[in-house]
Design a protein around this ligand. Structure first.
Ligand code: IPM
Ligand code: MG
Length: 364
């Protein structure tokens, strides 16, 4: 298979982890006889520094021409405590999601058995958890009108959904549920918000077309609680942009660390693959970042973007092997025991590649 991939390393730990994601793609190309070509582009703070624009036209043009995008992270400490800054790294990410029509953000909570103890939740509660989040990505309060009063003492963000936006992601989530355990939980705040009442009404309508899938509706506050209390009850979780942003950070703790969670943003065109973690300025450049979420994002690119299931599985297997042999990055190491061999970003990346290079066509 011949594919052209745009790499957007971004800011903070983005470049460090994306390096290993790209290396994993190159290894897959060698092992499985594919031809992957690469280009690179700027986004976020790095792009603001170079061009004044968090999403330069050139990046968008390259993105549209590629078959898939591997992205790192955006953000920089200087913006976090200065809300008055008008041009911000995150605008690049939001704009590319909108421009590429990436309305469905898939965030699988993939729990490696080896990491049961890395979570702050009891292993017996976690064991067997397998959740796939569908977070709507191009609507909601993220993209509604933002107003600041003239005296600057009031502000509002419009939480708005259109029916077609809810329908298209609901269909994607139901299709996925059909391939899984046939359970879908839709999360909203329909007891308070009108946009959530539209959400619920629309999901109830779409549900009629999937009678084989069991549908449940939860309010966001209850869902946040249930996720920690009994995560195994969930299969596919469908939710809006803001609730999905918050719930998936919470859910990352089920998998042990933000450093383990990958995501795929898809719509009608080029797919966009990224770790759910951010730029993590506090550990940038210290060889402490966990590259596994970026490498797992590559697995999602192979499976969802290119339909290459065996290749995706080879990546997950290589990571599983690394963990089984006791290797950990700092974020998933248990500091109360010295059972684990704690590695830096580069060593962890190299080890995954080594195991990946031992994959052959026949053992997938
Ligand atoms: C995410 C991030 C982004 C979001 C930020 C960086 C704008 O938190 O991808 O989850 O809120 O969508
Ligand atoms: Mg987030």
């Amino acid at each position: 298979m011949t594919k052209h991939i745009l790499v957007i390393p971004g800011d903070g730990i983005g470049p460090e982890v994306t390096h290993w994601g790209k290396a994993a793609l190159q290894q897959i190309a060698t092992t499985f006889n594919h031809e992957f070509s690469f280009d690179e582009a700027l986004m976020g703070h790095a792009a603001i520094e170079a061009t004044g624009n968090p999403l330069p036209d050139e990046t968008l043009a390259k993105a549209k021409q590629s078959d898939a995008i591997l992205f790192g992270a955006v953000g920089h400490a200087k913006y976090d405590n200065d809300p008055s800054l008008k041009v911000r790294p995150e605008q690049g990410l939001l704009k590319i999601r909108k421009e590429l029509g990436l309305y469905a953000n898939l965030r699988p909570i993939l729990l490696f058995d080896e990491l049961l103890h890395a979570s702050s939740i009891k292993p017996m509660i976690l064991k067997g958890t397998d959740i796939l989040f569908f977070r709507e990505l191009t609507g909601d309060v993220y993209f509604g009108e933002k107003i600041r009063s003239e005296d600057r003492n009031s502000a509002s963000d419009l939480m708005i959904y259109h029916k077609y936006e809810i329908e298209r992601i609901a269909h994607k989530a139901y299709e996925a549920a059909r391939q899984r355990r046939k359970k879908l939980c839709s999360v909203d705040k329909a007891n308070v918000l009108e946009s959530s009442r539209l959400w619920r009404e629309t999901v109830q309508e779409v549900a009629k077309q999937y009678p084989d899938v069991q549908t449940e509706h939860l309010f966001i506050d209850n869902a946040a609680m249930q996720l920690i209390k009994d995560p195994k009850q969930f299969d596919v979780v469908l939710t809006g942009n803001l609730f999905g942003d918050i719930l998936t950070d919470e859910a990352s703790q089920i998998a042990g660390s933000m450093g383990m969670l990958a995501s795929a943003s898809v719509g009608d065109g080029t797919g966009f693959f990224e770790p759910i973690h951010g730029s993590a300025h506090d550990i940038t450049g210290k060889d402490l970042a966990n590259p596994l979420a970026s490498i797992l994002s590559v697995a999602l690119m192979l499976e969802i973007g290119f339909g290459l299931k065996d290749e995706a599985k080879a990546i997950v297997n290589a990571i599983d092997k690394v963990l089984k042999e006791g290797f950990r990055t700092n974020d998933i190491a248990d500091s109360t025991t010295n059972r684990y061999k704690v590695l830096g970003t580069a060593e962890m990346g190299k080890l995954v590649l080594k195991f990946l290079s031992q994959t052959t066509f026949t053992n997938s």
